[in-house]
Design a protein around this ligand. Sequence first.
Ligand SMILES: Cc1ncc(COP(=O)(O)O)c(C=O)c1O
Length: 437
Amino acid sequence: MDHFKYRDRELYAEDVPVSKIAAAAGTPAYVYSKATFLDHYTKIAKAFAAVPNVICYSVKANSSLAILAVLNKAGAGFDIVSGGELFRVQKIGAPMNKVVFAGVGKSDEEIAAALKANILMFNVESEAELENIERVAATLKREGDLKEPARVAIRVNPDVDPKTHAYITTGKKDTKFGIDLGRAADLIAAAKKLPNVQIAGIHAHIGSQITEVTPYRESLGKVVDFIRSARTKEAPLQYLNSGGGFGIHYQDQAAPPAEKYAEVIVPMVKNSGCTLLLEPGRFISGNSGILLTKVLYTKRGVDKNFLIVDAGMNDLVRPSLYGSFHEIWPAKSATQPPTRGGSTPDAASVAKVDVVGPICESGDFLAKDRALPKNLGRGDVLAVFSAGAYGFVMAGNYNSRPLLPEVVVDGAKFHVVNKRQSYEELVARETVPEALL
Ligand SMILES: Cc1ncc(COP(=O)(O)O)c(C=O)c1O
């Protein structure tokens, strides 16, 4: 369920017409619905309530401080992948005993900061990283800065095909992620000898936008067998972290509800005797946000027509990067977009266009050959749906375009929680040394 619905020919975010937000915040702009974030979080919390768990929202999907604060208040923990994300969750006062830290390339500084913060655990991706965590922890201990030994989960690579886009496939053996199950036992044996490291669990994140439950069954089957065979007094393996990856609706209604994933995962976790850690990102945030953009120009090409809008690949890179589909529909329209439960508009009222941004790259598009109402023109506001995950967090300044604002709607109110970057801010960290000239 999301709270972006048409009422009386107008798109609303909760109880606010999005055209009102476009007028106040300008375009392009990201708009999030607080109620939708909470609804999606609660769906997961309810579905997995039958086993002890910590739901660590994956900060990388949408790291707005306001959103993190809302989820923190609802009881979520956090999955982080950088010192910057650690800073964010500290900034909102999140309890550190619900924070897990993943990623293949943690720097010494990031490891030290997380150890000082005493996070719940690191998801360790290699032998070299494990040794480095021990080394950093030992240094901190000497300096009197280590509160407790570093808790770690070994991230295993179960070599399972999650049946998703290659760029977001992480659980196959040819990716850079995790350690193959054959070597994981050796790593645990090595870890037992490290005085400042405690083996707390096993982690397996196999990919993102996974819309079938079978890959979880396959992956966790291997993981649970491994846990049962590898568990000892010194390595109690009390946590099973199944990562994130739950899929969402973009174009069709193919993504299963949270209970379907739980039906597979919960019995396996029970069988393992572990506490479950989950790292959902997209499931919570994807359909909790839209991107608002305005039509600048309509343009006739030789073979196709274009709608040139004010949002580019620097604002939402997913279509360019993954060829991903985002429903696009005018904010003022008689119907909901066809793939979001609206009726299919009659063929005479729509025409196929490429929706493209202002950036100087042919890869700068939001949609290709998309049937959109024919009467669209300059100034019309369009909503790009399902943009709450991997949207703003991947935005950049290419073409010296300022970062766009983020707005959170809460019932009949909305708040600009991240202002549009100014041109001065765009160059604020730069200098032109006299000596260069
Ligand atoms: C380790 C890890 N956990 C969780 C996630 C979140 O995935 P999703 O947004 O598909 O739930 C990712 C995404 O890349 C990840 O790498």
